[in-house]
Design a protein around this ligand. Structure first.
Ligand code: MV4
Length: 503
């Protein structure tokens, strides 16, 4: 008997320790594999779609996530109660919690994800960089260890060259980062960074990197099995973000050459190998103006934006995760993987882009999703539902696929126009702004896109221009006596929309 015989058994019942669209997304793939599903839910999610979709469901406590979705013991108890052998944590919540991963293993259960050790190493940016040093991975010049003495750190910063970035070792997603432009500001900024890191992460360790001023944020999807096979599934471009929250992602990136793609892919595989990575993971890089790339960190979960990778590779990442967790070998090699077409994802948040992206609360009075060729909507809501205030305000992920980037963009615009949401402000209009923006269309953008180009008025202008065009065309049609009471006006109104991009 192999020592990990438990891991070799196929999974017959899977508990999904998450909610919303990702819980549904996971259950759909499980169902296709003949795997029974168990939902867990908080009191706020009694009527949620993921609860109805699952074969069984267990209530795990009150609405606040620290009393429900974040309580590892309750998740494990729900497995015991239902006989689920494995847990899929989705993203967020417990998905990158190494102590939870250890608890799961100790309970004799399978976590659909990497080992607790891999999670722990990658959970600390300095430990992650140290592990990756075994391989020849490009990293931003800076300190390899935590800086403690302010004077020593300042000296190091001067050597690296300003502007520099102070980062928290325990941070992630931009939390606890401080840009320092001049040596004079260093001491103060470092003290702030340390105290911020201490209060936010309970770990005051910080380090220094040269600040790459206009980077693109590019990440590589990897999959590793428990037999030592690791492949990459190419890149995702995630530069369109604000306050470190991604809004638009796409695959492939419009700037990578085949050579850079291959090099980045190999680096990502090496980073994963440095911790014997198993499951689905994402290796994050920044790319500078010279197309030089640098490893930043690794996310040890399935990411929100995984669908764009699924669409260009034809691989169902959830199924692969489940197969890997059951001990199966990857059924394909690197050479079997090819990029086909182009995919774009827009995160539809319950937020008001015209009002600094402030979260909007309310009920989905109208909710009709776009359909048709090349359109995928991953969501967890239907008409009449309220967006709970307790969790992430994402309503849906709107993903379009096309034979090339142009088709994926036109399809995204079409899908945004078809998407009908009332009762709540959303980022749909912002998505259209991005799709129509010259910088996005030409692929000439970086992480500063939103700050550089987007203003609240950008959306108003978009609305007003459309209203104006509609009015002008209506008047013209009326003058030409083409407007009857029925079909013609409707037919023509869709014609004028086609001209929209010219204005
Ligand atoms: C950087 C960087 C520039 N230079 N590191 C942001 C998220 C986290 N994973 C790392 N991030 C960055 N690290 C160096 N050395 C730029 C980012 C970055 C960013 C920084 C400030 C404001 C917005 C940003 C958006 C994306 C990435």
């Amino acid at each position: 008997m192999p020592e990990n015989s438990k891991l070799q058994a196929p999974i017959s019942k899977l508990l999904i320790a998450n909610r919303g669209e990702i819980a549904l997304r996971i259950m759909r793939s499980a169902k296709e594999m003949g795997v029974k599903t168990v939902a867990v839910y908080s009191e706020a999610d009694r009527n949620a779609l993921h609860v109805r979709y699952a074969d069984e469901a267990v209530c795990i406590g009150p609405a606040p996530s620290n009393q429900s979705y974040l309580v590892g013991e309750k998740i494990i108890d729900a497995c015991k109660l239902t006989g689920a052998e494995a847990i899929h944590p989705g993203y967020g919540f417990l998905s990158e919690n190494a102590s939870f991963a250890q608890m799961v293993a100790d309970a004799g259960l399978i976590l659909v994800g990497p080992s607790p050790q891999a999670m722990e190493t990658m959970g600390n940016k300095l430990a992650a960089k140290a592990a990756a040093l075994k391989y020849n991975i490009p990293m931003v010049p800076g300190t390899e260890e935590a800086v403690q003495d302010v004077d020593e750190a300042k000296q190091r910063a001067i050597e690296v060259g300003f502007p520099i970035l102070i980062k928290a070792a325990a941070g992630g997603g931009g939390k606890g980062m401080r840009i320092v432009e001049r040596a004079e500001d260093f001491e103060e900024q470092m003290q702030l960074a340390v105290s911020e890191a201490t209060s936010a992460f309970g770990d005051g360790a910080v380090f220094i990197e040269r600040y790459v001023t206009s980077p693109r944020h590019i990440e590589i999807q990897v999959l590793g099995d428990s037999h030592g096979n690791i492949v990459h599934l190419f890149e995702r471009e995630c530069s369109i973000q604000r306050r470190h929250q991604k809004v638009v992602e796409e695959a492939p990136s419009s700037v990578l050459t085949e050579e850079i793609r291959q090099k980045m892919g190999q680096c990502a595989v090496d980073v994963a190998r440095s911790v014997n990575y198993t499951g689905a993971g994402t290796v994050e890089f920044i790319l500078d103006e010279n197309l030089d790339f640098f490893f930043l960190e690794m996310n040890t979960r399935l990411q929100v934006e995984h669908p764009v990778t699924e669409l260009i590779t034809g691989i169902d990442l959830i199924k692969e995760q489940i197969k890997i967790a059951s001990g199966e070998k990857l059924s394909f090699s690197q050479d079997d993987l090819k990029i086909s077409g182009h995919a774009i994802e827009l995160r539809v948040y319950a937020e008001d882009p015209a009002n600094n992206f402030l979260p909007d609360i309310g009920t989905l009075q109208t909710y009709n999703t776009p359909k048709g060729n090349g359109v995928r909507v991953d969501d967890g809501f239907e008409r009449g539902m309220e967006i709970p205030i307790y969790y992430d305000p994402m309503i849906a992920k709107l993903v379009t696929y096309g034979k090339d980037r142009g088709e994926a963009m036109e399809r995204m615009i079409r899908a945004i126009e078809e998407y009908d949401i009332t009762g709540i402000e959303t980022t749909l209009g912002f998505g259209k702004f991005v799709m129509q923006h010259e910088a996005f269309r030409t692929g000439n953008f970086d992480t500063h896109f939103v700050g550089k180009y987007f203003k609240a008025e950008s959306l108003k202008k978009q609305d007003e221009t459309e209203a104006l065009i509609a009015a002008v065309i209506a008047a013209k049609l009326f003058a030409e006596k083409e407007v009857g009471l029925g079909g013609t006006a409707i037919k023509n109104s869709s014609d004028w929309r086609k001209n929209r991009l010219k204005y």
